[in-house]
Design a protein around this ligand. Structure first.
Ligand code: WAQ
Ligand code: MG
Length: 252
């Protein structure tokens, strides 16, 4: 039996009552991992660079074993960029190679730079026209119900490449789940954590990190999923939000 554990933390009360988002996390775990992980998630909400949470919601529920999908981890590439401008040029080039139009790329950067407060989820943007397609405003599309299948092994594998930060682990799992869907062309992301300036472009072939996509100390961050103009939004949302995905790979 596997369990899903989800944490969301805010400052100024519950997100639903206007609290500012601090941190969120989720895992899929065996029973004997639940206590230690709950501990780690609570600490994380208290010690986050965005501030100390005063509201933490922790949810544990059993996962339906018959409804698991296994997806192969994307290969990882890191591009060094000297500054934000150089980093964004790399991101634009990678997005174009993935099949996103110049117009949609430009619109994507504008949408992320235009965020005044953090969204909890991602924006869905038409990869050709650049139009935002979800109508979820500041909530966005929250990708959920995914984890790495073998967390210990994945951690070791990343450590061998000097990637010890938890941002990398979580982002690779999310990006792998997202890119697997046939209607997703590519993803553009950078963190809303003020000290974390590495972002990435992911598509069906790779997870490509770019070391500087924003200025240090900036609280703006977010995610854009560029999708095919013909995408069936209902099916896509159902996959991103509900389908349980275990990511396999990341072996030494
Ligand atoms: N589903 C959809 N969007 C999400 C989710 C989710 N589960 N979690 C976060 N977001 C959106 C939301 O708008 C956040 O404001 C934004 O993404 C940034 O989230 O290889 O840490 O968790 O070095 O701050 C990328 C690079 C790190 C990692 C990204 O994002 C690396 C990161 P954060
Ligand atoms: Mg964050």
């Amino acid at each position: 039996m596997l369990y899903s554990m989800k944490m969301r933390a805010a400052q100024g009360g519950d997100h639903k009552l206007g609290g500012m988002h601090i941190s969120g996390a989720e895992r899929i775990l065996a029973e004997n991992e639940l206590l230690a992980t709950a501990n780690a998630m609570i600490m994380r909400a208290f010690k986050h660079s965005r501030g100390k949470a005063d509201f933490i919601n922790l949810k544990i529920e059993a996962v339906d074993d018959n409804n698991l999908k296994y997806v192969k981890l994307l290969p990882i590439v890191t591009h060094e960029s000297a500054n934000l401008v150089a980093g964004r040029a790399i991101a634009a080039k990678l997005l174009k190679q993935s099949g996103v139009s110049d117009k949609a790329i430009c619109r994507g950067f504008d949408l992320l730079d235009g965020l005044v407060t953090s969204m909890r989820g991602a924006m869905l943007v038409d990869a050709v026209s650049g139009k935002r397609l979800d109508d979820l405003t500041m909530r966005g599309v929250r990708v959920s119900n995914m984890d790495i299948a073998d967390a210990q092994q994945f951690k070791c594998w990343l450590r061998q490449q000097n990637l010890t930060d938890i941002h990398v682990r979580e982002a690779m799992v999310l990006a792998t789940k997202v890119a697997f869907h046939p209607d997703v062309v590519a993803e553009l992301c950078w963190s809303d954590d003020p000290e974390y300036i590495t972002g990435y472009v992911a598509d069906k072939k790779a997870y490509q990190r770019i070391t500087r996509l924003k200025e240090l100390g900036n609280w703006q961050g977010g995610r854009i999923f560029f999708i095919r103009p013909t995408a069936n939004l209902k099916n896509l949302l159902e996959y991103l939000e509900q389908q349980t995905v275990l990511v396999v790979g990341g072996e030494a």
